[in-house]
Write a protein that binds this ligand. Structure first.
Ligand SMILES: [Fe+2]
Length: 289
C-alpha cells in the first residue's frame, strides 16, 4: 500500500521526505480522533491514515498491552506537520478547535463531563498544549491520546530567517499572535494538499552522541546548537528536519511502550549510511527508506 505514496514535494528543500511514520498503540480509535477526525487525514483502512495528496502516511499497529507513558521518556517529543501557508495553518486550527468543541458539547449533553475522571474521559481524546512563535515559524502544540506530541506549523518565508555570526539560524520561543493567525483562515479544512511532515523532534539521553548519530548515519548537518538543552539538524539548508533535546534526561521508555517506532524516508538522504547498517537511533526509533 505504501507504493501509492507519491514522491512529490520535498519538505523544506530536502531531497528526502518523511514518507511514513509507524506507531505502536494500545487502541486505534482514541488516536484516530486527532489524526483522522480533527486533522482530516484519510483513513485508507483502520490503522492506516494518509494525507490528502498522498505525501505521507501514518500507520498504527494495535497492541493492547502497549503502555502509555505517564512521564516524559526518551523517544518522540513531537511530529511536526508543516502547512503550506499561514492561512492553511489557521484553517487547520479552526478545524481542531471545532473538533474539541463538539466533543466537549457531546459530553456535556450526556453528563459525562461532570462524572468523568482521567481514566474514563472519552472525548476529546487529545488536547492542545501550547502555541509559540519560533521566529522561523508559527506553531501550535497538541498531544494525542497516547501522549505523542504533535506540532502544527507554518514557516515564515526563508528570506526572513536570520542567522547569527556563527551561521546558526536564529530560533526562539516567543508569544504567538493567535488572533492574527486565526484571522487569516479562509476555511476549516485540515491538513490540506501540500502539507508535509516538516520535522521530527526527539528526547535523547545526550546531545553529543545524538548529533554524531544523525550526522554519520543520516547525513544531517547542525543548524542550531545554542538553544538550551537542544540541538537542531537539517538537510539542504532548512531550519531543522530533526530536533533533539535532553529534557527527559535519560529516562528510558518501557519495553513495548506506545509511541513512534519507525520513520520511513522517501529516498536515501545524501551522505546517509545504508539502512542495513542502521541500528535504532538514540531515541529508540528505527529509520529506513
Ligand atoms: Fe518542533
Amino acid at each position: 500500500m505504501s507504493e501509492n505514496i507519491s514522491s512529490s514535494q520535498p519538505s523544506g528543500g530536502a531531497a528526502s521526505t518523511f514518507r511514513r511514520l509507524e506507531y505502536r498503540t494500545p487502541a486505534y480509535e482514541p488516536v484516530a480522533a486527532l489524526y483522522r477526525d480533527a486533522l482530516g487525514l484519510t483513513e485508507v483502512e483502520p490503522g492506516l491514515l494518509r494525507s490528502v495528496d498522498a505525501g505521507f502516511e501514518l500507520a498504527f499497529e494495535v497492541l493492547p498491552e502497549a503502555q502509555r507513558a505517564t512521564e516524559t521518556t526518551v523517544g518522540l517529543y513531537h511530529v511536526a506537520f508543516l502547512l503550506p501557508s499561514r492561512a492553511a495553518l489557521a484553517a487547520t486550527l479552526r478545524r481542531v478547535f471545532a473538533a474539541v468543541r463538539s466533543a466537549t458539547e457531546r459530553r456535556t449533553e450526556t453528563g459525562d463531563l461532570e462524572k468523568s475522571t482521567q481514566d474514563t474521559f472519552s472525548g476529546p481524546t487529545f488536547f492542545i498544549e501550547g502555541a509559540s512563535d519560533h521566529l522561523v515559524s508559527e506553531a501550535v502544540y497538541l498531544r494525542d491520546a497516547d501522549g505523542n506530541g504533535v506540532e502544527l506549523y507554518a514557516d515564515r518565508d526563508p528570506s526572513e530567517w536570520r542567522r547569527d555570526a556563527e551561521g546558526n539560524i536564529a530560533m526562539d520561543t516567543v508569544e504567538l499572535d493567535m488572533a492574527g493567525l486565526l484571522a487569516t483562515a479562509t476555511g476549516t479544512e485540515g491538513l490540506c494538499a501540500g502539507s508535509r511532515i516538516g520535522h521530527l523532534h526527539f528526547h535523547v539521553p545526550d546531545l553529543e552522541s545524538a548529533e554524531a548519530f544523525y550526522r554519520k548515519n543520516l547525513g544531517l548537518k547542525v543548524t542550531q546548537r545554542s538553544y538550551p538543552g537542544a540541538r537542531f539538524l537539517a538537510w539542504g539548508g532548512y531550519h531543522h528536519h530533526v530536533g533533539v533535546n535532553t529534557w527527559a534526561q535519560d529516562r528510558p521508555a518501557s519495553e513495548g511502550a506506545a509511541g513512534l517506532v519507525r520513520v520511513v524516508l522517501s529516498e536515501p538522504p545524501p551522505g546517509a549510511a545504508s539502512p542495513a547498517e542502521l541500528t535504532t537511533d538514540p531515541a529508540g526509533i528505527s529509520w529506513s527508506w
